[in-house]
Design a protein around this ligand. Structure first.
Ligand code: GLC
Length: 758
């Protein structure tokens, strides 16, 4: 408790002495096997290899042999073929095409060049360690270079000047600048300049920290254990670097379309009657809805894989009824399994030895919602299979999505998590919780995703997770946890989601309306405007807070909220197309301006606007009472989505936006496929093409498939490419999906009927 008073700054609490650091000085011997260069150092050992032409892996273990085995995050790491090796007296050179890495033998360090120009340089020496087995790695950087990525962190998009650490933590206390450790750990930073973007993925699962503050010209990364295990990516711009990072850690798979619709949640809808009433109220007011969430009260005393028989006596019938209305149901599943000898999940887990244990075999118990609980050891593939299989309980009722929470794992004790000396069993290899902590949520997501995929053949699973590590995008969407109904948290949701996208996670969102604290009509409207354009769109709130369903504040507020939920569905064809692109390329759905305009310095620090894909620019109102804001439009001409007025890019504009208006712009030359009104994604939409005039190319693209199965991987998709030239619209199609949407209208924006500028 005292930490929240001035006691926290007692003189003896500050100026803690740093551990003495020892640099790793030089390479003593080396071996080149045709792909991997490895060897002994003055302390410990190292290896280095290219994984593709613009990416290399470098590892140093000062305390023994460097571990070259692939990690769960970088599952697609493969040493590249065709690399040449050239030793000399002072250095060792590896070359792949135009890319060259020079490793200096004395004062261990390396630099990278592309076409002869240096693009990356470490410190010399670049690795040091302490006797407590912390390891450090330092690279040079420009003093003011913006630094992006690092997953889900508080603050603005540029992290330069900050110290960021990574330790998955359940933070209910308000998220603010000082709450750096949140639920996700993605130790991947992008250092940006006009002509290049360098990615540094420090794939070490211990607590890590990125110090971009202490030294002006270097970035120093520290891990509390393990080895320096770093991937360096040198891209020409943000896009190339993010693509290479997702080549390594995986792309966000195309989700089922229903998961992109509007989702309604509350901690908790406490009975099946209440859930039915919520669905009926959406119907009554004609508000589109794709999914309702069941929070922890649906369970029997918080036992996962159960329903409370008193309050949800007919769960199966409820799900069936909602499904028949086109509404999905997603229940929460936490990792904590109640210690109860009459509870089959607990008994089976104990009998099979599936819970996390100490070295001596004693099961670890911690307090969470159900009271004393055991925690599945998701690191083990038998446990993953078992847990995945348990989901039959839900899938046989017609449930197709699962919400994983509390999987940092969160435990109600002083440390907020499991004891660090609990040992996890990675299929025979034991790792301490100190090493595995940041992976717990990732492995749980994997178990959930793969379980759902197996239970419901040929159906794309939806899983939503709070905790994760690099690579989590392969299994789950991410929501940013317990935000509050504060305007500051609405504002912060943008950089959080943007940086998650730059860290490989294309599918993420924040609780719309704010989770805890009480929302207001104005905040709910403004938040819904933003949520409608973020990848994941769910309204969720805590118990005892004011209700924040769309109708909670009367008719006028409801109409405005409804308008933006409907707008989400209008944009669904465009959004779904972007998710398809994300699966192909790894590029995020929501992008910072710098991703599309990497040379425009005006975009480098832009945290309060974003692009949906390439051509739709969202500049929301993020402050109470505001009805105007400055909007930066990058190079080119832009059209106001609402008024169709044309604006010049490369400039700021003062835009008026009354409470019912979200400032929204479309780039010239875009053909935007908009969908007709529907009640949810299960209804078929027709298409209206909005053609935004330009003197240059005017193009658009629409991806379609059945929205749910994997048949699209077997040609059952359709990609329509639109080209508009001098009044003539050309459409070309690819793929064998037949049931494509009908184009019911085309509208040309920026020209009058006589073809003149307006
Ligand atoms: C955690 C989650 C929140 C959920 C609550 C009860 O606080 O972050 O979303 O509603 O637990 O399950």
């Amino acid at each position: 408790m005292l930490e929240t008073t001035s006691y926290a700054i007692l003189p003896s609490q500050v100026n803690k002495k740093e551990e003495l650091r020892h640099p790793v000085q030089s390479i003593c011997s080396y071996e080149w096997d045709g792909k991997v260069l490895s060897g002994m150092l003055s302390k410990g050992s190292f290896f280095i290899y290219f994984t593709r032409e613009n990416t290399l892996r470098f590892a140093v273990q000062p305390f023994g042999e460097a571990d070259v085995s692939p990690t769960i995050a970088a599952e697609r790491d493969q040493p590249l073929d065709g690399v040449t090796f050239e030793p000399s007296e002072d250095s060792l050179v590896l070359e792949a095409g135009a890319h060259r890495v020079t490793i200096f033998k004395n004062s261990l360090s390396f630099s990278v060049s592309r076409n002869g120009a240096t693009v990356f340089q470490t410190e010399a020496p670049c690795v040091s360690y302490t006797k407590e087995k912390q390891v450090y790695f330092s690279v040079e950087k420009e003093t003011d270079a913006p630094i992006y990525g690092l997953g889900e962190k508080s603050g603005f998009i540029n992290k330069n000047g900050l110290k960021i650490s990574n330790w998955n933590t359940d933070v209910f206390a308000p998220h603010n600048k000082d709450t750096v450790e949140l639920y996700q750990s993605i130790p991947f930073a992008l250092i940006h300049a006009q002509d290049k973007t360098t990615g540094i993925f420090f794939d070490n699962t211990f607590r890590t920290s990125f110090d971009m503050q202490t030294y002006r010209d270097k970035l120093e990364i520290m891990a509390e254990g393990g080895q320096v295990n770093v991937y360096v990516i040198w891209g020409e711009d943000v896009k190339e670097t993010v693509q290479a990072y997702t080549d390594l850690t995986g792309k966000t798979p195309l989700p089922p379309k229903w998961s992109l619709g509007y989702h309604q949640s509350r901690y908790s809808y406490t009975s099946q009657d209440e859930v039915s009433t919520i669905a009926a109220t959406f119907k009554k007011y004609g508000i589109p809805l794709d999914c309702i969430f069941l929070d922890i009260h649906y369970m029997d005393d918080y036992r996962v894989f159960t329903f409370n028989e008193d309050t949800f006596p007919g769960a199966g019938a409820l799900v069936k009824d909602l499904n028949s209305q086109g509404i999905d149901v997603v229940p929460i599943v936490d990792p904590g399994v109640k210690k109860d000898v009459h509870y089959p999940v607990y008994v089976e887990g104990m009998e099979k030895g599936y819970f996390s244990k100490y070295l001596d075999g004693d099961v670890y118990y911690g307090e969470v919602w159900p009271g004393e609980s055991a925690f599945p050891d998701f690191f083990n593939s038998s446990v993953q299979k078992w847990w995945g299989g348990l989901h039959q309980y839900y899938t046989k009722l017609g449930i197709r999505g699962i919400w994983n929470d509390m999987n940092e794992p969160s435990v109600f004790n002083e440390t907020k998590t499991m004891d660090l000396d609990v040992m996890h069993d990675v299929d025979g290899k034991k790792i301490s919780h100190k090493e595995g902590h940041n992976l717990y949520g990732l492995y749980m997501s994997k178990a959930t995703f793969e379980g759902l995929k197996e239970q419901v053949p040929n159906s794309r699973p939806f899983s939503l997770t709070r905790a994760g590590y690099a690579g989590v995008q392969r299994y789950s969407a991410v929501w940013t946890g317990d935000n509050r109904s504060h305007w500051e948290h609405l504002e912060m949701s943008l950089p959080m989601i943007i940086n998650l996208g730059l860290s490989g996670v294309a599918f993420s969102g924040a609780d719309v309306g704010g989770f805890s604290s009480d929302t207001t009509p104005e905040l709910l409207i403004r938040w819904t405007q933003v949520g409608a354009f973020l990848p994941y769109f769910r309204n969720h709130s805590v118990q005892d807070s004011i209700y924040q369903e769309p109708w909670a504040f009367g008719e006028a507020t409801m109409e405005s909220v409804k308008k933006y939920i409907e707008l989400r569905y209008r944009f669904m064809p465009y959004l779904y197309t972007l998710f398809h692109e994300a699966e192909q390329t790894g590029l995020p759905v929501v992008r910072p301006l710098v991703m599309e305009y990497p040379q425009d310095e005006e975009t480098f620090q832009c945290s309060d606007q974003f692009l949906l894909g390439k051509n739709v620019l969202v500049a929301p109102i993020l402050r109470q009472g505001q009805t105007h804001r400055a909007v930066y439009l990058p190079a080119g001409e832009w059209y106001d989505f609402w008024t169709e007025e044309r604006y010049k890019g490369g400039e700021y504009h003062l835009i008026k936006a009354d409470l019912d208006t979200l400032p929204l712009f479309v780039k010239e030359g875009t053909i935007l496929p908009l969908g007709s009104p529907v009640r949810n994604t299960k209804e078929k939409q027709e298409i209206e093409l909005h053609i935004y005039h330009s003197e240059q190319e005017v193009t658009g693209i629409l991806y379609e498939d059945d929205g749910i199965s994997y048949d699209y991987r077997d040609q059952a998709y359709s990609i329509s490419t639109y080209d508009y030239k001098k009044g003539d619209l050309q459409i070309s199609r690819e793929g064998s999906y037949e049931a494509t949407a009908e184009i019911i209208a085309t509208k040309i924006i920026g020209k009058n009927e006589a073809g003149e500028d307006i």
